[in-house]
Design a protein around this ligand. Structure first.
Ligand code: C2O
Ligand code: CU
Length: 551
C-alpha cells in the first residue's frame, strides 16, 4: 500500500453560471474539486488549508476509516471545525472499498461547491471484475443556486422555512446548453468508436435524487458506493444524493451512416413529495465521437423518467445485487441480529423559537423540523467523539430509542395534527463491539411521503430488504435477500415505504447517520452510533491525534 499526498486549499473563488457571477468556496480553485486517486488499501493524506472566511470540515464519503473516526469529518460529530486561516491534516485509511467514492465539505451547506471524486483502483496485480475500460470518467451530478447557499441556510434557520429549490441541476459543475449563458462551459466527454468507458457517476446534489441517462446508449451498472455489483443493463440510472454508480458505456454509435456524432448525457431530479416545489429542469453534457463527421442540428436527448416516477426509481433500485464471487465475496449477517432497530423518518413541526419568524409551516406558530424516531437531532457545541473519548458530560444522551415512541399508521397521508410535533435532543445509540445491527428505516407521510437517502458513516451495510407501506415485523423479514444484497453506504428509503439494512459493528468510534438531503440534516433527521472498543488492541479506536482543532 502507498501513501498518497494531497493539498487542498479551500477559498472563495468567482464562478459564473446561468449568467450570474458569484463567489463560492472551492478547492484549489476548481469546481467540482480535484479527484483523489488511490488503490485499494492505500492511505491518503490530505492537508486542508482553510483560506476562506468561514469554518469548514471535509468528509470522505463512503470510506470506513477503520478505528479512525478522528479523521471522518462531520462537524461537531467527530471534530471541531477548521477555522479560517488554520490547516488540518486528514489521514484517510482505505480498507475494503474499491470503486468510486467521493469527498465533500461536512459543515453547513459548504458541500454545494466543495466536493470531488475519490477513485479507488484495484490493488496492483489485481483487475476489475469486468473488461478493462478504455478510459474512466467522473460524472459528478450536482445543483446550482444563483443565491448564496450560506445565506439561504441562515434564512432557513431564521424562518424555519423550506429551502429554495436549486436554479439548475449540473453535470461536472455545468448546467448544460439548455440553460442561458451555458453553452461554452458544457461538459464534454470525447469517445472513440468501439471502445468501452467507465463513467463514475456521483450524486453530490444537496436536495435531490436524480435520474441519469445517455441518448442512444444503454448503460451497464457494475458498482455502487465503492463495491461491485452483478452487472445489469439499463436505459437510465437512479442515483440518490450521496450515492455513486459505476456504469460502463460502450461507444458503438459513432461512425455508421445515419448515426450522430454527438449525444446528450442528461440528469433530472427524482423527487416524490408532490407537495413541495421541485427543480424539474434537465442538466446536459455532451458525449462526442472523436472520429465521426459532425452532424447538423442539436444532439438527441435521452428519455428520462418523469420527475416523480417512483415506479421507475424503484424498478432501478431493485436490480442492485452484490457481485458475490470468490474474489469479491459477501459476508451478510444472517444467523443472528443483536440490535433490532425500527427507525421512523419524518418531517415535523416544532414551536416557533424566540428568534425565528416562522411563516411557512402548516400549523400556526410552528416551524419545520425533521426527526428519526421522533427525536430531532441537535448538533452539540463540542464534538460527540471528543465528549465520548474524554468523558465530557452533558454533550449527548446515550438513549436514542430503538423503536418509534408511538405506533400509528405511518403512511397515512392525513395524519392528526398532534402527530406532527417532534422533540429536540442529542440522543445517540451505543452498541457493543461486534454486535450485528439491523435498522429498518420507515418513511412516514406526516408532512408528505418522501424518499430519503439515509447515509451511515464508518460502515458499508447490506441493504437486505425494501418495501412499501408499514413495515410488518411478522411478514417482511421473510422477504429479505441474505444471499447477495447490495453493500452500500447510502440507502434509498422509498416514499411511503421502508428499507432494512444490516451491518456488523466492528468499527469502533463515533459515526454519524443522517438523511443526505442537507435541509433534512439541518432540521434534525440525524443520529449517531457510538460503537464501543473491543477487547483486543486491533479492535480499539486509535488514540486522539494531538492536532484536532478546538471548539
Ligand atoms: Cu456524504 Cu455525512 O455525508
Ligand atoms: Cu430526508
Amino acid at each position: 500500500a502507498r501513501t498518497n499526498l494531497y493539498d487542498f486549499f479551500v477559498k472563495e473563488t468567482n464562478v459564473t453560471r446561468l449568467c450570474h457571477e458569484k463567489a463560492v468556496l472551492a478547492v484549489n480553485g476548481q469546481f467540482p474539486g480535484p479527484t483523489i486517486y488511490a488503490r485499494k488499501g492505500d492511505v491518503v493524506v490530505v492537508n486542508v488549508h482553510n483560506q476562506g472566511s468561514k469554518n469548514i470540515t471535509i468528509h470522505w464519503h463512503g470510506v470506513d476509516q477503520p478505528r479512525n473516526p478522528w479523521f471522518d469529518g462531520p462537524e461537531y460529530i467527530t471534530q471541531c471545525p477548521i477555522r479560517p486561516g488554520a490547516s488540518f491534516t486528514y489521514t484517510i485509511i482505505l480498507s475494503g472499498e474499491e470503486g468510486t467514492l467521493w469527498w465533500h465539505a461536512h459543515s453547513d451547506f459548504d458541500r454545494a461547491t466543495v466536493h470531488g471524486a475519490i477513485v479507488v483502483h484495484p490493488k496492483l496485480g489485481s483487475a476489475y471484475p469486468y473488461p478493462k475500460p478504455h478510459k474512466e470518467i467522473p460524472i459528478i451530478l450536482g445543483e446550482w443556486w444563483n443565491a448564496d447557499v450560506e445565506q439561504m441556510l441562515e434564512e432557513t434557520k431564521r424562518t424555519g422555512s423550506d429551502f429554495n429549490i436549486s436554479d439548475a441541476n449540473t453535470i461536472n459543475g455545468q448546467p448544460g446548453d439548455l440553460f442561458p449563458c451555458s453553452e461554452n462551459g458544457i461538459s464534454r466527454v470525447i469517445v472513440e468508436q468501439g471502445k468501452t468507458y467507465l463513467l463514475r457517476v456521483i450524486n453530490a446534489g444537496l436536495t435531490n435524487d436524480m435520474f441519469f441517462a445517455v441518448a442512444g446508449h444503454r448503460l451497464t451498472v457494475v458498482g455502487t458506493d465503492g463495491h461491485y455489483l452483478k452487472p445489469f443493463t439499463v436505459d437510465h440510472v437512479m442515483i440518490s444524493s450521496g450515492q455513486t454508480m459505476d456504469v460502463l458505456l460502450h461507444a458503438a454509435n459513432g461512425s455508421a451512416a445515419g448515426n450522430n456524432s454527438r449525444y446528450y448525457m442528461a440528469a433530472r431530479t427524482f423527487a416524490t413529495n408532490t407537495q413541495l416545489p421541485v427543480n424539474n429542469s434537465t442538466a446536459t453534457a455532451i458525449l462526442q465521437y472523436a472520429d465521426a463527421p459532425p452532424t447538423a442540428g442539436p444532439p438527441d436527448l435521452p428519455n428520462l423518467p418523469a420527475v416523480d416516477d417512483l415506479a421507475a426509481a424503484t424498478a432501478y433500485t431493485a436490480q442492485l445485487r452484490s457481485l458475490a464471487t470468490e474474489d469479491h465475496p459477501v459476508d451478510v449477517p444472517a444467523a443472528r441480529v443483536d440490535e433490532h432497530m425500527l427507525v421512523t423518518i419524518s418531517i415535523n413541526v416544532l414551536p416557533c423559537g424566540a428568534n425565528e419568524t416562522c411563516k411557512d409551516a402548516p400549523i400556526n406558530g410552528t416551524r419545520f423540523a425533521a426527526s428519526l424516531n421522533n427525536v430531532s437531532f441537535v448538533s452539540p457545541g463540542v464534538d460527540v467523539l471528543d465528549a465520548y473519548y474524554s468523558s465530557i458530560r452533558g454533550v449527548y444522551e446515550p438513549d436514542f430509542p430503538d423503536r418509534p415512541p408511538l405506533f400509528f399508521n405511518f403512511t397515512d397521508p392525513n395524519p392528526a395534527d398532534a402527530l406532527l410535533f417532534t422533540e429536540r435532543g442529542t440522543r445517540v445509540k451505543v452498541v457493543a463491539h461486534g454486535a450485528v445491527v439491523e435498522v429498518v428505516f420507515q418513511d412516514t407521510a406526516l408532512l408528505g411521503a418522501e424518499s430519503h437517502p439515509m447515509h451511515l458513516h464508518g460502515y458499508s451495510f447490506y441493504v437486505v430488504g425494501r418495501g412499501f407501506g408499514n413495515f410488518d415485523e411478522g411478514k417482511d423479514p421473510a422477504t429479505y435477500n441474505l444471499v447477495d444484497p447490495p453493500f452500500q453506504n447510502t440507502v434509498t428509503v422509498p416514499a411511503g415505504g421502508w428499507a432494512a439494512i444490516r451491518f456488523r459493528a466492528t468499527n469502533p468510534g463515533v459515526w454519524f447517520m443522517h438523511c443526505h438531503f442537507d435541509r433534512h440534516t439541518v432540521w434534525g433527521m440525524d443520529t449517531v452510533f457510538i460503537v464501543k472498543n473491543g477487547k483486543t488492541p486491533d479492535a480499539q479506536m486509535m488514540p486522539r491525534p494531538p492536532t484536532m482543532p478546538k471548539c
